[in-house]
Design a protein around this ligand. Structure first.
Ligand SMILES: NC(=O)N[C@@H](O)C(=O)O
Ligand code: NI
Length: 171
């Protein structure tokens, strides 16, 4: 018998995402002035966690195709040795699907969010998440994560009789 789980994306906020990571945004965030009063510094919105010894923080750009929604979530992944941040480069909203850190993702604990185009996310180390879910085809994201010798991407595929569906966001 197929078990169905429907995910309805909710607006991303600092509070509703804090179990999974950080929201990178300027809205309602503290800042201080630098550069002789010409620049606001929104300081330390998130930290880059590079985990064990040889980890190095790296900066990447992901250019991603967009899926059609509703979209079936067949797997989640995690990075056990470091954080991973996604910052949209073109002001486009995007979707996020996460589950709490655990040996395996709990399907009943999966949550979906929609990020505004002026929000990014920083997944904390080992947070289960779906690979980037762009809403606009070929959208680009600045991605800050970890390079190192240790394998840093665990994938978990859900059983075929578990149908997890990510619904379109109410925009
Ligand atoms: N594998 C990879 O670099 N990308 C994923 O980690 C992702 O979260 O999109
Ligand atoms: Ni990832």
């Amino acid at each position: 018998m197929t078990m169905q789980i429907n995910l309805q994306p909710q607006p991303l906020t600092r509070d509703n995402f804090k179990a999974f990571g950080d929201v990178i945004e300027t809205a309602d965030r503290d800042y201080f002035m630098i550069n002789d009063g010409n620049t606001r510094r929104y300081h330390r919105l998130a930290e880059v966690d590079t985990g064990p010894a040889d980890g190095k923080p790296i900066i990447n750009i992901f250019r991603s195709g967009a899926y059609d929604y509703p979209f079936r979530i067949r797997m989640l992944e995690r990075h056990p040795h470091g954080s991973q941040a996604f910052i949209p480069l073109h002001g486009e909203p995007f979707l996020i699907v996460v589950a709490p850190r655990a040996d395996r993702p709990d399907p009943n604990a999966i949550q979906a969010f929609i990020a505004r185009g002026d929000q990014g996310v920083n997944y904390h180390r080992a947070t289960w998440h779906h690979p980037v879910l762009a809403l606009k085809d070929q959208d680009e994201f600045l991605v800050v994560d970890r390079a190192g010798d240790l394998p840093n991407c665990d994938e978990h595929f859900f059983p075929e009789d578990l149908q997890i569906t990510l619904q379109p966001a109410n925009t």
